[in-house]
Every structure is written in structure tokens, then in C-alpha cells.
Design a protein around this ligand. Structure first.
Ligand code: AMP
Length: 194
């Protein structure tokens, strides 16, 4: 299963992806996590990305594509993946499309978690208190939501126009949302995973 999870910051992509990876037996590839690991390791890329992330802006498309290409070339991604946090603008949609065509691994599904903006702000505040992620502070969250509306919302529209988008209500118990996601995934999932 090759799946893209879309949704605003705090919409629950990461939480749902952790569960989905067990269900689908494919890796969860979060570009945000890859960047945070580079920041924590203090690599040149991480040092460059940190200021951009702390400001709630997007890291450059070239860096992101290189990072994604490297991750997808690892053997655990051969049988599929759950992509979380990519693509985040229309240039990345094209880049991903080109990359997956080259790898002969087309997407099976694109799922967007739909959560109202008021709830997003509250969830990020809770996460900020619990995890202390610098970019979850309310000021940066507002910036990230603006970036999302301007650059990432068109990504969902693109997949919608191409008949690939499934929108799932992301409000509710974790398990309820999880079941909603499973319900919109292509049917051969069950057969492939017993
Ligand atoms: P996330 O954990 O997905 O919310 O990502 C945290 C931050 O990492 C974002 O606010 C961006 O600064 C950066 N980031 C993650 N994924 C991407 C991407 N696909 N393109 C550009 N920047 C990204």
C-alpha cells in the first residue's frame, strides 16, 4: 500500500500513521520527523532547516525531494509506505509524481484528515505543552496554518481533480478516525495483509 496522508498541522496524521503502519505493514515516512532527526543530529542540512522550521515556513523543495528519494530507496519502503507531511505544495506534487513514476510505484490512495481550524489550534497547544515542539507555539502555529492554506490546500484540490482524494472526518476518538481511514482504503488491503 502506497498512501499519502494529508491534513493541516495537528490534524492527527502522525498519530494515525503510527497505527496504520502496523495495520498495513509498511513504514511511516514523516518528512517532519526526518527533518527533526537531522536537526537533532546537528547535520549541515539540519542546521539549515532549523530556522525555517522554527519560523513555520517550508524547507526548500530540492532539499525535501533529495531527503524523500533517499528514504524511499531504503529496502523497507519497497512494499509501500505511508507518507506524512509530503507533498506540501504543488511543486512537490509534481516531484513526487515524477519520482514514483521512475520507481514504477504509483500511489494507491490519498487520504485527507479534515479537522476544523479552531480545533487544530487547540490540539497544537496541547501538543506544545506535552512535547514542547518549538513550532507548536501558538504564534508559529498561526503561521503554519497560513502556509497550509496558501500552499498545501491546493495539493488536496489537485488529488481531488485527479479522482484520487478521500476525505475523512478527523474529529473524534482516535480509533473511530482510524476505522474511517481503513474504510476508504482500496479493498485489496485485507487480502494483502491476511
Ligand atoms: P510536520 O512535522 O510535518 O508538521 O513538519 C514540521 C516542519 O518541517 C514544517 O513546518 C516545515 O517547516 C518542515 N517540513 C516538513 N515536511 C516538509 C515538506 N514536505 N516541505 C517543506 N517543509 C517541510
Amino acid at each position: 500500500m502506497r498512501l499519502v496522508l494529508l491534513g493541516a498541522p495537528g490534524s492527527g496524521k502522525g498519530t494515525q500513521a503510527s497505527r496504520l503502519k502496523k495495520e498495513l505493514d509498511v513504514p511511516h515516512i514523516s518528512t517532519g520527523d526526518l527533518l527533526r532527526a537531522a536537526v537533532a543530529a546537528g547535520t549541515p542540512l539540519g542546521r539549515k532547516a532549523k530556522a525555517v522550521m522554527d519560523a513555520g515556513q517550508l524547507v526548500s523543495d530540492d532539499i525535501m525531494l533529495g531527503m524523500l528519494e533517499e528514504r524511499l530507496s531504503q529496502s523497507d519502503a519497497r512494499n509501500g509506505f505511508i507518507l506524512d507531511g509530503y507533498p506540501r505544495n504543488l511543486a512537490q506534487v509534481e516531484a513526487l509524481d515524477g519520482l514514483l513514476q521512475r520507481l514504477k510505484q504509483p500511489l494507491d490512495a490519498v487520504v485527507k484528515l479534515d479537522v476544523p481550524a479552531e480545533e487544530i489550534v487547540g490540539r497544537c497547544e496541547i501538543r506544545f505543552k506535552a512535547e514542547g515542539r518549538a513550532d507548536d507555539n501558538p504564534e508559529v502555529v498561526r503561521k503554519r496554518l497560513t502556509v497550509y492554506a496558501e500552499q498545501t490546500a491546493p495539493v488536496a484540490d489537485w488529488y481531488q481533480r485527479h479522482g484520487m482524494l478521500k476525505v475523512v472526518d478527523g474529529v473524534g476518538e482516535l480509533d473511530t478516525v482510524f476505522q474511517r481511514i481503513l474504510a476508504v482504503l482500496p479493498g485489496d488491503r485485507v487480502a494483502a495483509n491476511g
